[in-house]
Design a protein around this ligand. Structure first.
Ligand SMILES: *Cc1c(COP(=O)(O)O)cnc(C)c1O
Length: 393
């Protein structure tokens, strides 16, 4: 392999830019020896709730656990069906299966890479309990339609916002919800993770708000559900050695909370940077024949990934690697074709849009620390390589 000149993300550069504050925060936790729950976690939960415009936030062990606990909170399990997409990170589907429920897949829309809302209703049965829309790459799913369908069929919505903290959505729901949850009066933008019944966040290091280890958060406006999750995530208990529910151990680490509190203060600035970089890519790659990400009207895409689509994807990836440009594939095999989920009985051809995306997507270097010269170099290299491949046919 050639030496990587431009990495996919540069976590080291980010650490250097906030090192002083992060080091102080970590030392504060070490000095307090309060490692499990406690003031750092509580403060961070409040700050995230405020940032995402929800009433309650509960820190948990990971984004995967957030999804699992969300399903536990609504007692979704054996005999129940949960609608989601096959084109997502595996955790979305794992959580459903670990609960003993059945994931029912709905294909994506190739324009947004998110759930194709036109295909949801035909998959609803008397067993359907919930929808898990994934805001893939940092772009909100079409929540207007999802909320409408959920209301009509009395389904819970669990947003997988692992890649999308800070993303926003403005649509008809803002008006409709006006009286409902005390949010979105008028035509205001809604925050991702705050539109469904529960929102799930991940603080995996490569997410837009990434910790220095695993971590996740559950968002909700429902007090009962918040209280239940507070119990479930620490052995079904509110009071030491009093166990009301069968829970698990899934808490956000105090060290992570302390680090993430520092990072949260920078998040909006970092998101703006990502959007700026995406705009640069968009203009530099305009006439190359590659398919650019579309941020639909009414959404604020936060570009956890800047993902293009290109024929000869694997070749393009290899040629870029030879020039020291790192890229990634999110995701190379849709979940309905994974060995682990074979028992669900799906086959090739069942979800053509997801299958095509898996063959053609390519995520380019994207992080707030990327500079203009690097974006230019990546774009120019793509231009050159794609042109060469086109000639060869
Ligand atoms: C990262 C991710 C998760 C899982 O989060 P972890 O914190 O790694 O457990 C779930 N869903 C999606 C879409 C993700 O990108």
């Amino acid at each position: 392999m050639n030496k990587v000149k431009i990495p996919l993300i540069d976590l080291n550069a980010q650490y250097k830019s906030i090192k002083k504050e992060v080091d102080i925060a970590i030392r504060r936790v070490l000095d307090s020896t309060c490692f499990i729950l406690g003031p750092e976690v509580e403060a961070f939960e409040k700050e995230i709730a405020h940032y995402c415009r929800v009433k309650f936030a509960v820190g948990v062990g990971s984004g995967t656990d957030a999804l699992l606990l969300a399903l536990m909170a609504y007692d979704i399990g054996p005999g129940d069906e949960v609608l989601t997409v096959p084109f997502t990170f595996t955790a979305t589907v794992e959580a459903i299966i670990l609960r003993g429920a059945k994931p029912v897949f709905i294909d994506i829309d190739l324009k947004s890479y998110n759930i194709d809302v036109k295909k949801i209703e035909e998959k609803i049965t008397s067993k359907t309990k919930a929808i898990i829309p994934v805001h893939l790459y940092g772009q909100p799913a079409e929540m207007d339609s999802i909320l409408k369908i959920a209301k009509k069929y009395k389904l819970k919505i669990i947003e997988d916002a692992a890649q999308a903290i800070g993303a926003r959505y403005s649509g008809l729901i803002a008006k409709e919800k006006g009286k409902g949850k005390g949010q979105g009066k008028g035509n205001k933008e809604e925050r991702v993770g705050a539109m469904g019944d529960i929102g799930c966040l991940s603080f995996f290091p490569s997410k837009n708000l990434g910790g220095y280890g695993d971590g996740g958060m559950i968002l909700t406006n429902n007090k009962k559900i918040a209280v239940k999750i507070k119990m479930l995530h620490q052995h079904g208990s509110m009071k030491k050695y009093k166990h009301t529910l069968v829970g698990c151990n899934s808490r956000l680490d105090a060290l992570q909370a302390a680090v993430l509190r520092v990072k949260l203060k920078n998040l909006n600035k970092w998101i703006d940077k990502r959007i700026e970089i995406a705009k640069m890519y968009n203009s530099l790659l305009k006439e190359t024949g590659v398919i650019l990400p579309i941020a639909d009207r009414g959404v604020k895409h936060v570009y956890n990934q800047y993902t293009i689509r290109v024929k000869n994807r694997d070749k393009v990836k290899r040629l870029l690697a030879e020039e020291g440009i790192a890229t990634a594939i999110h995701y190379p095999l849709p979940l309905h074709l994974q060995k682990a989920f074979k028992f669900l009985g799906y086959k090739k051809g069942d979800f053509p849009q997801s299958e095509q995306a898996a063959k053609e997507v390519l995520s380019l270097p994207m992080c707030p620390e990327l500079n203009k010269l690097q974006v230019k170099l990546v774009s120019e290299t793509i231009k050159k390589k794609v042109r060469v491949l086109d000639k060869k046919g």
